[in-house]
Structure formats: C-alpha cells, structure tokens
Design a protein around this ligand. Structure first.
Ligand code: MG
Length: 210
C-alpha cells in the first residue's frame, strides 16, 4: 500500500515546463528534498528545461538550502537532431547543437529560484572531478546510455551523506518498457550495501544512504 503524498505548492505552472517527469514523481522528489536538504545541498543530474529543478529547488528553498543543477544542456542522445525527442525550439542553429540552458534560465527566473539553484553547465564527469561537498540528495536523470548512467552513479552517489537520498529516474525493470541503463545503476545501488531501498514511485527509484 502506498499513501499519496500531498501535491506541493509550486511557484510556477509545472505543466508549462517541457520535460519528462510525471506529477507523482515530481511530488515525491519535492517531499524527499524537503527532508534531505536539511542535511546538506542537493544535486540533480539532467536539468533539461527545469521541471525537476522546480520541484527540488522549491523544497531546498524552504530550508534555505542550495540545489546544484548539473547539465551540459546539449541534450541527451534522444534529444539530438533527427532523434525521437528532438525539440527544434531547443536547437541552437549557430553552433548546430542542442541548447536547453536559455530555457532553463527562464524557468529559474519565473520560478524565483535564482537564489536557490546553482546551475552547473558541464558534463557530469568534469563536474565531479574536483567535487568535495557532501550532499543531502542526489537525483540522477542524465543520459540513458550505459556509460552515461554508470558515470553519473559512480561520480555522485558516493557524496550522499548518511540519511541522505539517492533518486534515479526512468526505472524500467521490464526491457519492453524502456532502456535498462537507469535500472542497471538502480541494481548497483541496491547491491552496494550502502543504501536502504525505499518504495519506487512510478519510474522513480529511491534509496536512503545508510
Ligand atoms: Mg528522465
């Protein structure tokens, strides 16, 4: 049995933000971040246009905490020109690359989260190279290639403080439903002995650091 969490009051119409996060998943992110941001800053990998950022950032704001929003803003594999989820509005014709950063900044401004969210415009691996700050929560929603997912997990899960939260988006135990890379790192986390598994919400896998 699962108890439905109350929907958070958000500073912006969440449906106006492009993205691939379901309402129940966003609500769960908000509630876990509300708790975890008391432990330390939170970090998300894969901000895109800022949908999850608004849920997580609004919770961090309540506690005067900070959300690091990490994304190279060049799109994941499926966002590239000619791919299934390509969005021409997010394409920079000048450099002929995806660029979701401009839209992301607009979202932050509209949501009044510029004093809470620290955008980190970088690949996950480069941002992690000199990182040293323990984190209250890590939300992994980056690239869906096996390499990208593994890099995100190995780079960031180790910074979660005891009692902190690891969330992983797009968990599809049945390969017919979706790519397996996020599920593979979910299994790594489960097998690591470092985390207690929490109930999965829709496709959002959740753990608490022991
Ligand atoms: Mg996702």
């Amino acid at each position: 049995m699962t108890v439905a969490l109350p929907k958070p009051q958000l500073p912006i119409d969440i449906d106006s933000i492009k993205g691939f996060l379901a309402d129940d998943e966003g609500t769960a992110l908000y509630h876990y971040a509300l708790e975890a941001s008391r432990l330390g800053p939170c970090l998300e990998i894969g901000s895109y246009c800022g949908k999850s950022t608004v849920y997580l950032g609004s919770a961090c704001q309540q506690n005067g905490a900070v959300l690091f929003a990490l994304d190279h803003h060049r799109g994941s594999e499926e966002h590239q020109l000619g791919e299934e989820y390509h969005d021409p509005d997010l394409y920079d014709n000048g450099v002929q690359l995806m660029d979701s950063f401009r839209t992301f900044r607009t979202t932050l401004r509209k949501a009044k989260l510029e004093e809470t969210v620290v955008p980190v415009v970088s690949s996950s691996a480069v941002a992690a190279r000199q990182w040293a700050t323990p984190l209250g929560m890590v939300f992994i929603d980056g690239g869906h290639s096996e390499e990208a997912a593994q890099t995100d997990y190995r780079s960031w899960a180790r910074f979660i403080k005891p009692g902190g939260i690891l969330a992983i988006h797009d968990i599809f135990p049945n390969p017919a439903d979706g790519g397996q890379a996020p599920y593979n790192i979910w299994k790594l986390a489960k097998a690591s002995g470092l985390f207690d598994e929490l109930p999965t919400i829709n496709t959002l896998g959740l753990f608490r650091r022991r």
